[in-house]
Design a protein around this ligand. Sequence first.
Ligand SMILES: [Zn+2]
Length: 417
Amino acid sequence: MNVMERTNHNLRINADRLWASLLDMARIGGTAGGGSNRQALTEEDARGRLLFKQWCEASGCTVSVDKLGSMFARRDGLADLPPVLVGSHLDTQPTGGKFDGVLGVLAGLELIRTLNEAGLCTRRPIEIVNWTNEEGCRFAPAMLASAAFTGELSEQAVLDTRDAAGLRFGDELTRMGLDCSTPLGGRSIAAYVELHIEQGPILEAENLDVGFVTIGQGHRWYDILLNGFESHTGSTPMNHRRDALLGAAHLIEAVNVIGKNHAPEGVASVASMRVMPNSRNVIAGEVLLSIDVRHPVQARLDEMDRDVRAAYAACLKSAGLTGTIIDISNCPPVPFDSNVLDIIREEAGHLGLKGRDIVSGAGHDAFHLARIAPTAMIFTPCRDGISHNEAEDITQEWATNGANLLLRTVLRLANEI
Ligand SMILES: [Zn+2]
């Protein structure tokens, strides 16, 4: 085997093999609507993991599984140095698409298959990771396993997390029959690169091949409890009402305005609400709703926080309510590593790919990894920006471009840093 020559820019992944692997994985938990349902730690997830393990072992990798089920497939390097880590997640939403997460994992596998065929060895080891429970639809919050890998959550807290049916993460993991004997985290990672579909419409609209993700946007999540007074809709005069749902309506409108005032970078949403007693002829006595605001710049996110609190106070006043505002999550923006980004931009140039800097609107495991290792993400276009949907779609060319860029980037990182 030869160490990769830095000037060898001719190596390319096998586009048909990558595409076939993506479609093979999509069939596990395949849905009638053309998507995939492989929620974390389910039977379908177990089958997807087994296929991935078989593929990795057939490619000469050693597969280990950590205490929270995250899988690491390792291809040794010439030197016993910290590895370059690439990957994403194989779990999906209940009505998920074929490519969210899966592209990043299987492009990692494809780059190892490509290096094997070319007989090339790298200085550093390369590892492909499949993070457990990225989606968060079964066990909340999302990205539990990568958060614990980097020390942000404790192993025990994740094991004790329960799904909506009351089933415990740790018990469901045990039921999968994996050998989860590798200690969680606590080791050095030379760099982490995550390839992912954009899950937004920008790259396709601008006819670009790839996005260089410079920053993961920050977010603040709140639960708002509004308390009014239950009374008869027929006999309570309009000026005697304390209508929690009316207050909620004012607040929802105000949150939308906050998002528009901070657009295009900022977004603000109310996407869930519970009304009590939710009866057509009782004025709502209580409403619980969630607010989600996001921005890539901390100072703007702070402004949005102030705006949310002011809108909350205003809605209490306008509808004559009392209430409680609870901070659920407060994540600052995550800037990605400028050196890794420079390598990605340079290699995109060598490949003749058109790209631009882009912000990640969605959360990703890379946000956590950025705390412990030089980290960056590569985005590929996504048809009409549709994701978390069975209709999620990409072209083979988009997948190929992303995987080739990942290959070139990982070669540089594994040989040069
Ligand atoms: Zn994802």
